[in-house]
Design a binder for this molecule. Structure first.
Ligand SMILES: Cc1ncc(C[n+]2csc(CCOP(=O)(O)OP(=O)(O)O)c2C)c(N)n1
Ligand SMILES: [Mg+2]
Length: 354
């Protein structure tokens, strides 16, 4: 081989990974950047008092959300149940930034018409439901949903997320067991981000490697670097294919890190500074950009164009959402079906005084 052809080869891009096309590699970058930037805009609005509830960041977990949801086939009707930190997964499923801005600012135009201030909203057509709770409850719900896919003979797959903390709940266990024994077409994504509120992993489970819990249910488990978007995508893709082929549930443990407190109001006083610094050096976006550049999979101009697109979309969405009205007070009881109680609930009664 001549020196010239060696140089030419070095110039050339290395083969594309994970069976993805160039546009898809760029799309993964776009969704991760959109997730991070949208959350940054929300932090700005939160500090101005315009976000009316709590704000739950996924800083450092963007590869986990985006890479896993990207493995689903939306055209095939695949279905996803997110947690509070899976903003990126919902963007991949077709949720629009303005919907989150409206939710967090409790606008009357929001998907829940100002009744919920986070991402507990769903859209059956786009293939996602809102979470009931962050604490494992979506696993049995998704076992039920994927059971309907099976009963109707539909080749659809479900994906459900669960946190390291939520894996210690009864709901997780029951849902996992049912999905496993019925070989339901479900992918269970365990986000091991090191903390459940201020409780470290070591303090809430004696298991070191969460993927090992799969053995207790008789299903395959895999532990993946959750900050490597391509590794996440590849593992999720395999699990989705298994599910679609009728081979049942896979448990994927994504090892990642929650770089912010449980929510913006949590100052993370319980987190060692060097731990944060270590995970900052393992940032999923920085790592992906470096890989796209080093492997010559995407020219710098394409990444800049994606950044510009994100900025323009968010500028427009923020200005639109900010001026929208809060819900009309008269609509407060719309969609509320429970009858008001005639007796005050027991817990409300004052204890007899001595
Ligand atoms: C039954 C119940 N207990 C407690 C809470 C409060 N809570 C919400 S999220 C959370 C921690 C969840 O940790 P993990 O499952 O690791 O998810 P992460 O926040 O790390 O994404 C707690 C204690 C709750 N919502 N419901
Ligand atoms: Mg956690």
């Amino acid at each position: 081989m001549t020196a010239r052809s060696v140089a030419a080869r070095r110039e050339a891009a290395s083969a594309l990974p994970a069976g993805l096309r160039r546009e898809q590699l760029l799309e993964l970058y776009y969704y991760m950047r959109l997730t991070r930037s949208l959350e940054e805009r929300l932090v700005g609005l939160y500090r101005q008092g315009k976000v009316l509830g709590g704000l739950f960041r996924s800083l450092g977990q963007e590869a986990d959300s985006v890479g896993s949801a990207y493995a689903l086939d939306r055209a095939a009707g695949d279905f996803l149940a997110p947690l509070t930190r899976n903003l990126g997964s919902l963007l991949v499923m077709g949720a629009r930034p303005i919907e989150f801005l409206r939710q967090y600012m409790a606008k009357g135009t929001s998907p829940t018409r100002g009744r919920e201030l986070n991402l507990h909203f769903g859209d059956l057509d786009r293939g996602f439901i809102g979470q009931i709770s962050h604490l494992g409850d979506m696993v049995p719900v998704m076992a039920g949903i994927t059971m309907t896919f099976r009963m109707r003979g539909e080749p659809r797959v479900g994906m459900v997320y669960v946190g390291d903390g939520a894996m210690s709940t009864a709901a997780f266990h029951e849902g996992m067991n049912l999905a496993a024994v019925r070989r339901l077409p479900l992918v269970v994504v365990a986000e091991n981000n090191g903390y459940a509120y201020s409780t470290t992993l070591e303090r809430q489970t004696a298991v070191k490697d969460l993927a090992e819990k799969a053995k207790a249910y008789g299903v395959p488990g895999e532990r993946i670097d959750g900050n490597d978007v391509l590794a996440v995508y590849e593992a999720a893709r395999r699990a989705v294919e298994r599910a679609r082929a009728g081979e049942g549930v896979t448990l994927l443990e994504l090892v990642t890190y929650r770089r912010k407190g449980h929510a913006e109001h949590d100052n993370q006083s319980y987190v060692p500074k060097e731990e944060l610094a270590r995970w900052e050096r393992n940032d999923p976006l920085d790592r992906y950009v470096a890989r796209l550049r080093d492997q010559r999979w995407a020219p710098a101009a394409d990444l800049e164009a994606a950044d510009q697109r994100v900025k323009a979309e968010l500028d427009a969405a923020v200005s639109e959402a900010e001026v929208e009205p809060l819900p009309e007070p008269e609509t407060a009881l719309d969609g509320v079906y429970a009858q008001p109680g005639t007796q005050p609930p027991a817990w409300y009664k004052e204890a007899p005084r001595a």
